[in-house]
Write a protein that binds this ligand. Structure first.
Ligand code: SF4
Ligand code: SF4
Length: 64
């Protein structure tokens, strides 16, 4: 259960502060999600907070 950030990320830093699990971190090329920490916001919000705030829609669900 996780989301991932694709190459369109522009490092705007809107998503990371919204994550209740501090799962989002800045990597060299783009922001990334630690799949061990991401719960897709279950227990905190009805929708993933990072997806809600990302202006580029570059955060997606990891397909099972
Ligand atoms: S879906 Fe929620 S828990 Fe997962 S990275 Fe985004 S804000 Fe964090
Ligand atoms: S909100 Fe979107 S564009 Fe901004 S840092 Fe996060 S993933 Fe990248």
């Amino acid at each position: 259960m996780s989301v991932w950030i694709d190459a369109d990320c522009i490092h705007c830093d809107l998503c990371a502060p919204e994550c209740p699990n501090t799962a989002i971190y800045r990597a060299e090329q783009q922001y990334q999600v630690d799949a061990e920490l991401c719960t897709e916001c279950v227990g905190f919000y009805n929708k993933p907070a990072c997806i809600e705030v990302c202006p580029l829609d570059c955060i997606e669900f990891v397909s099972a």
